[in-house]
Design a protein around this ligand. Structure first.
Ligand code: GTP
Ligand code: MG
Length: 179
């Protein structure tokens, strides 16, 4: 009695330029902590979160925290294998990281797809919203996300815990819809 009927294992990639806050977003989401100090991820890190999605569904979310510097390496094809969703992160305060979003999306679309051949759902996060005046950044990010074929775009702050849960939930919803 009471045991969940289905357990979904999800491999989700988190990518984006150096220092945009990928590790911080994952730490906030999984452990509800934040650190100011920056230690660049080397290669790839992993985190697991078990999400009691609803009465019938448990999601085992495996987050692959891929170092920003990997975009210039040759490992991403290997890391991306069998992922069912992805998060592209940029830093709203650094234009170059926003401009890189299209390259990360292309990298994902060219190297990974679902078993049925469809592209994996990808969400766009404009992080560090605590550091920029809001308003313009929200609509610009949404427009960029739509143009590039993201499932959703969210303005986030790992530091102040803004929209982190909501953003990841929007991705899980898409993944479950594909399951
Ligand atoms: P790489 O591992 O090098 O690819 O970087 P990353 O994307 O994992 O960035 P990381 O999470 O390490 O964060 C980089 C720096 O930005 C750290 O000093 C964090 O404390 C800071 N940071 C991350 N998220 C936020 C945020 O939402 N607001 C502010 N103000 N700072 C943030
Ligand atoms: Mg990192």
């Amino acid at each position: 009695m009471g045991s969940p009927q289905r357990e979904i294992l999800c491999k989700v990639l988190v990518v984006g330029d150096l220092g945009v806050g990928k590790t911080s977003i994952i730490q906030r989401y999984v452990h509800n902590v934040f650190s100011q100090c920056y230690r660049a991820t080397i290669g790839v890190d992993f985190a697991l979160k078990i999400v009691n999605w609803d009465l019938d569904t448990v999601v085992r979310l495996q987050l692959w925290d891929i170092a920003g510097q990997e975009r210039f390496g040759h490992m991403t094809r290997l890391y991306y294998r069998e992922a069912v969703g992805a998060v592209v992160v940029c830093d709203l305060g650094r234009v170059a990281t926003v401009e890189s979003v299209s390259r990360w999306k292309e990298d994902l679309d060219s190297k990974v797809c679902l078993q049925n051949g469809n592209p994996i759902p990808v969400i766009l996060l404009g992080n560090k919203c605590d550091q920029v005046p809001l308003g313009t950044s929200v609509s610009n990010l949404e427009q960029l996300g739509q143009e590039l074929g993201f499932s959703y775009s969210h303005v986030t702050s790992a530091k102040e815990n803004v929209n982190i849960d909501m953003a990841i939930s929007s991705l899980i919803k898409e993944i479950i819809a594909n399951d």
